[in-house]
Every structure is written in C-alpha cells, then in structure tokens.
Design a protein around this ligand. Structure first.
Ligand code: F6P
Length: 342
C-alpha cells in the first residue's frame, strides 16, 4: 500500500515524531509513504515524493515539520478538489494520513465522505482544542514554554513592582493560558471561555497591593474578551482560507487599562510563535510516535474516517465527526481551579 501523508495548519513541535513513526511503521508492514509538501497545497500541485528511512532519520527532536505546512483549503480553490484527486490517482494513493488541527482534518473528513480516499487524522495543535482527544501533538511542548515564560516574568515583575501581562495563544479555547497560568503561578488567568471585567481585574490587582504584593502576573489568552468591548481583539481584517481572523493585541489593551486604573506600571509580553517553535517535550515525542504508529495500523486494517486520540492514557480512534464538530473548550472544573488560585 502507498500511504499519502501531509501536515497542515499552524505547526508545533513533535510533528516530525509522527512523520518518523509513520514511515517506520509503514515500512515494517511493507507499505510506502508518499509525502506532500505544504499541506493540502502539495496534493493540489502534485508536489511530493516517497519518504525513505534516511529522510526521517534524526528528526525526532526537531521542531516544525520537515514537510512544510500551509492553511490551503482545496474546497475554496476553483478546481482544487479535482486536481487533488488527479494527484492521488496518478500516484495510486487510496490511503492518506493528515496531521493537523480541525481545518486540515476537516478536509480529510470531507474527502472520506466523498469517497475520494481513505483518511486517518492525527490531532496536532498547540491550542489543544480538538474534541475527543485529551492531548493534541504540540500542546505539552507549548505549555512548557508558557510556564518557563511566566517563571521568568515573575522575577522581573517582583524586582520592578510591575504588572506583567503575558499574551498566550488560544483562539476560542484557553488551554495554554489556563494550565500554563496554573503551573506558572499566574495571579490572574483570562481565557476565551469567560468574558472578563476590567473592573474585576484591576480590583484584584489593587487588593493584592493592599496585601503587600506589589507585582502581579496576568496570563491572558489572545482570544479572551473584555466585557466592555464584547469582541476579540484582532491584528487586522484579513481572514484565512478557513475563515479565521488574526487575533492579537488584547495584552496591550489590558496593560494600558491596568496602568490607567490602578497606577501600577504594566508591561506586555506576547509569546506569539515562540510557543510553536523549538524542541518537542518528551511527552509530545511519545504521543506523536504512538499516534503515527496507530494511524498506519488503522489504514492497514482498512479503517477510514477516523482520528487517533489520547483518552484515559490510551490511544484510541474516534470518527471524524466526533472529533471535529466543535471546539474543545476548557471545562468548568478547570476554570474553577484556576479561580481558586487567582
Ligand atoms: O494553530 C493555532 C494557533 O496557534 C492559534 O492559537 C493562533 O491564533 C494561530 O495559530 C496563529 O497562527 P499563524 O500566525 O500561523 O496564522
């Protein structure tokens, strides 16, 4: 069997671990892996080739994706799906593994529904917002970066008696800000799941001051919404092929408001793409390896339309529709836990 492979959407550490595992497991079972460059774009443009054992040797600790990525949506390009089908036919690819978030795997789901090819998805996003899996590839690595950043912000915040606002990725789900904030001892955690009040944030900082705490650390997700604006803060008006705007700027807005209302000096750090780069954590390396192996096994068994997931310390598979029907937001018990510590 020839297994098509692509990586799409925003990258993260540990994708290469999955690519390596897919090639190793495929070769062990007598299959080949035909990898496409730049996500779905490579399938449309017939840009790819077979991966050898040498191609994937030594890539486990490397961040990013050796295949490149894009946010190309074949269903939004005229003739995109026909060209994609021609490429798959040309290389005799009836089985495919897509590594990405809901957008990339959403395309794979539609290809299955249209009986264009058999697909298995691997969840990969630092946002960790794919339902059905407790962990997506990249989340744990990014979480460690957030925690290190908060630790570093703490020391300078105490020296200068400042409020340090740390803007963290997370569009509609605040997994990185919430668990990163908890692990990094943030004093205030603000996530998209709960609109926040500027008054409450500033009051909290004032009360901390009265208790002798002359600094505060605020962990805020880029998608967090202040009640007074009732909207997310965006960088510009542009929208990608899957309909997403570019978020960013809420940290600055909040820091200015804090300075104005509390008199404390405030600074903003936007972690941005630092969260998506660098070496993968040990957990992510293991997770991506297990996901990659299971994805090949499922195709060998003739399965299709599934996403491999991590549930209760086991690798399982769920139908695409169960994994892609909504955004997986932080549940109330996590939010309450964070409130207890802020
Ligand atoms: O893939 C998810 C994500 O990390 C979001 O949290 C963030 O808004 C987005 O990617 C930014 O992606 P880019 O700058 O690559 O378009």
């Amino acid at each position: 069997m020839i297994i098509g492979l692509l990586t799409g959407g925003g990258d993260s550490p540990a994708i290469n671990g999955a690519i390596r595992a897919i090639v190793r497991r495929a070769h062990a079972g007598g299959s080949e892996v035909y990898a496409f460059r730049q996500g779905w774009l490579g399938v449309i443009d017939d840009d790819g080739g077979l991966l050898s054992a040498d191609d994937v040797s030594g890539i486990l600790p490397r961040g990013g994706t050796i295949l490149g990525t894009s946010r190309t949506n074949p269903f939004k390009i005229e003739g995109g799906v026909d060209r994609l089908k021609e490429t798959l036919d040309k290389h005799n690819i009836q089985n495919l593994i897509s590594i990405g978030g809901d957008d990339t795997n959403g395309v794979a789901r539609r290809l299955c529904e249209l009986s264009i090819c058999r697909c298995i998805g691997i969840p990969q996003t630092i946002d960790n917002d794919i339902p059905g899996t407790e962990f997506s590839i990249g989340y744990d690595s990014a979480l460690n970066i957030v925690v290190e950043a908060l630790d570093r912000l703490h020391t300078t915040a105490t020296s200068h008696h400042r409020v340090m606002v740390c803007e963290i990725m997370g569009r509609d789900a605040g997994w990185l800000a919430l668990l990163g904030g908890l692990a990094g001892g943030a004093d205030i955690i603000l996530i998209p799941e709960r609109e926040f009040s500027m008054d409450d944030v500033c009051e909290h900082i004032r009360v901390r001051g009265e208790r002798g705490k002359s600094f505060s650390i605020v962990a805020i997700a880029e998608g967090a919404k202040p009640k007074m604006l009732d909207t997310q803060i965006t960088q510009d008006e542009s929208i990608d092929a899957f309909g997403h705007v570019r978020l960013g700027g809420i940290g600055q807005v909040l820091a200015k408001e804090i300075e104005k209302r509390t008199g404390y000096e405030a600074r903003t750090t936007v972690l941005g793409h630092l969260q998506r780069g660098g070496v993968p954590s040990a957990f992510d390396r293991v997770l991506s390896t297990m996901f990659g192996v299971r994805a090949v096994e499922l195709l060998e068994q003739g399965s299709t339309g599934l996403m491999v997931v991590w549930q209760a310390s086991e690798i399982r598979a769920v139908p695409f529709h169960e994994a892609l029907h909504r955004t997986r937001v932080c549940p109330d018990h996590f939010v309450k836990l964070a409130e207890l510590f802020s």
